[in-house]
Design a protein around this ligand. Structure first.
Ligand code: NAD
Length: 247
């Protein structure tokens, strides 16, 4: 089992929703957390206060991770502040849903850039530091939509499926090092992303989930802790946390 005390994690989009739950759960386990945010500085600062209240340590860095230079700056600031990086959680993501016929090139590119290209940006910037760790972890937050598809979500499904292929390939390349690479594929988790879905559609989704409820952000966060703590021999995998919706 890996001792997480004083390890350092970067969580992209870590100030809100699933990312905030991941940041908090890592902090609870003794990890120092670099909380990346793009625009939501308020929630990132509030989360730092909450983490400090439970005796943890966290630091916020603004960066748009769809941009390579900003991702490099994020990693440099993490190193300047905490001196090492052991865990990279690629959590930042957006949706711009539209049926394919109406999908604009801009919404295609933005979703691919924020969800998928960001993973290249942060990983390439952080990899040399992760390789120095005795227990490096790269965890990519993909989605059930990348596995099963989603109506009106060709852009998002392509990005999230891309993250899965990326995870497997990088896991192969890094298998002889101390760095594992895995994806977590959440089902429908009760955050702003799901709260934006119209109520009548939400009801139809819940009716299809075998466990008959949305997941909670901390249920994803506990999957992260499992991979970080007990995941020495787990690499290239998809951890499905979805209430049985996709098997
Ligand atoms: P959210 O909208 O609450 O959080 C997304 C986070 O990403 C926010 O903190 C946002 O500021 C950040 N972000 C967006 N663009 C960014 C950028 N360019 N640079 C840096 N940060 C950026 O959504 P969430 O539900 O917490 O989603 C978190 C991740 O989980 C996403 O990758 C999402 O695709 C994935 N996911 C969510 C669900 C769900 O049901 N909520 C299901 C499957 C996968």
């Amino acid at each position: 089992m890996t001792d997480l005390n004083n390890k350092v994690a970067i969580v992209t989009g870590g100030g809100k929703g699933i990312g905030a739950a991941i940041s908090m759960e890592l902090a609870r386990n003794g990890v120092k957390v670099v909380i990346n945010y793009n625009t939501s500085i308020g929630s990132a600062e509030k989360l730092i206060m909450d983490i400090k209240e439970i005796g943890g340590d966290a630091y916020a860095v603004q960066a748009d991770v769809s941009n390579l230079e900003e991702s490099k700056k994020l990693v440099e600031e993490a190193i300047d502040h905490f001196g090492r990086i052991d865990i990279l959680v690629n959590n930042a993501g957006i949706t711009r849903d539209s049926t394919f016929k109406k999908l604009s090139e801009e919404d295609w590119r933005t979703v691919i850039d924020v969800n998928l290209t960001s993973v290249y940006n942060t990983t390439s910037a952080a990899l040399s530091y992760l390789l120095e760790s005795d227990a490096g972890r790269i965890i990519n937050i993909s989605s059930i939509i990348g596995q099963a598809g989603g109506f009106g979500q060709t852009n998002y499904a392509a990005a999230k499926a891309g993250m899965i292929g990326y995870t497997k390939s990088l896991a192969l390349e890094l298998a002889k090092s101390n760095v594992t690479v895995n994806a977590i594929c959440p089902g429908f988790i009760d955050t702003e992303m799901v709260q934006e879905i119209p109520e009548n559609v939400r009801e139809k989704i819940v009716a299809k989930i075998p466990q008959r409820r949305f997941g909670q952000p901390d249920e994803i966060a506990r999957g992260i802790i499992y991979l970080c703590k007990d995941g020495e021999y787990i690499t290239g995998q998809q951890l499905n946390i979805n209430g049985g919706l996709y098997m």
